[in-house]
Design a protein around this ligand. Structure first.
Ligand SMILES: [Zn+2]
Length: 96
């Protein structure tokens, strides 16, 4: 198949290999950057590797008893909070 463009890849929610179309993918850890994040992905079918680009698009206000605020209440570091968020994002990928 023809290699997917960025738009085509996003259209498919990043759930397929942009090179061979396989859905058997493995995601690495998420690296948080200033305005987004990147995550290495590899295809179990064709062996290619690439980086997913996640963009910071905004924020929403959460109530104080929300999970995300309880992270801060528990006194964990910013880095740990990011790691937890990264784990959530990986779960979303894994269960899609
Ligand atoms: Zn592939």
């Amino acid at each position: 198949m023809e290699q997917l463009t960025d738009d085509q890849y996003v259209e498919k929610n990043g759930a397929v290999c942009p090179f061979c179309g396989s859905e058997i993918l493995e995601w690495g850890s998420i690296e948080i950057e200033q305005r987004g994040a990147t995550q290495e992905v590899s295809c179990m079918a064709c062996g290619k590797c690439w980086m997913d680009r996640h963009e910071l698009t905004g924020y929403w206000v959460v109530e104080k008893d929300d999970d995300y605020c309880s992270l801060r209440a528990d006194g964990i570091s910013h880095e740990d909070a990011l790691a937890v968020l990264a784990g959530d994002m990986q779960k979303k990928h894994a269960y899609r």
